[in-house]
Design a protein around this ligand. Structure first.
Ligand SMILES: [Zn+2]
Length: 237
């Protein structure tokens, strides 16, 4: 690591290769097996590209804002900044023991004011463009964690993290108008180099819908083609 053997350089004579994995949330438990799996796969690719003469950027960082940290900090009366710092140190130590070829010079942490300064900047841009707005919406509310949960975080009607009952609750919350880009996202899938199953899952997730057309014949009316009364309904879903 001291030798900076895996640091990307500003050498523009070499072809560039950017390998990016999802940054982990540094929990108190340390790495789980789901972390090394994608890191190892991409580490192999990054090393191969370096051997092929590419200037490789393979960064690592910490997606460190999180409810478990907040709850742990409240319960144990430790400042969340200290909890996060300790968890990051543990994760980093574990990743380095595994010998990954990350460029540690580019390490980022989402709880670092120098980093979230830019997420706030982007949010204001979205807000001014009318793409971030407040709305009263029903949310999945964990009765114990006291936060709204994503649908994916509700498993069999209970909170995935703590197992407490989840109720529907009306809350005023910030929304991002991602639907504004649904068509663009779907059309863009035709021109990217993704494996087909990822494209299919993206299409299903975004879910373009142009509605449906249904013809109803009226009961009691003559059966001949000319007399069928068409009640045509176009609905959008
Ligand atoms: Zn919970």
């Amino acid at each position: 690591m001291d030798e900076k053997a895996f640091a990307a350089t500003d050498d523009y004579t070499k072809p560039k290769y950017y390998a990016l994995v999802e940054f982990p949330y540094p929990s108190g438990q340390g790495l789980h097996v789901g972390h090394p799996r994608p890191y190892t796969a991409l580490d192999i690719v990054a090393r191969k590209r370096r051997l092929q003469g590419y200037n490789v950027l393979y960064p690592m960082g910490w997606d460190a804002f999180g409810l478990p940290t907040e709850n742990y900090a409240i319960k144990n009366h430790i400042h969340p900044k200290i909890v996060t710092k300790n968890n990051v140190a543990r994760f980093k130590n574990q990743l380095q023991s595994l010998g990954y070829s990350f460029d540690w010079d580019r390490e980022i942490n989402t709880t670092d004011p120098n980093y979230y300064h830019w997420t706030q900047w982007i949010f204001l841009k979205l807000y001014k463009a009318g793409l971030a707005y407040k709305s009263e919406m029903p949310v999945n509310w964990c009765t114990s964690c006291k936060v709204g949960l994503a649908n994916e975080e509700v498993v069999n009607g209970v909170c995935e993290r703590c197992g407490s009952p989840v109720v529907r609750k009306m809350k005023s919350q910030w929304m991002l108008k991602i639907t504004e880009y649904a068509d663009k996202l779907i059309d863009g899938l035709d021109s990217v180099d993704y494996v087909e199953k990822v494209k299919v899952s993206q299409r299903n997730w975004i879910g373009r819908s142009n509605g449906a057309e249904v013809d109803f014949s009226i009961a009691g009316a003559d059966d001949s083609f000319a007399s069928i009364q068409h009640a045509r309904i176009l609905y959008l879903v």
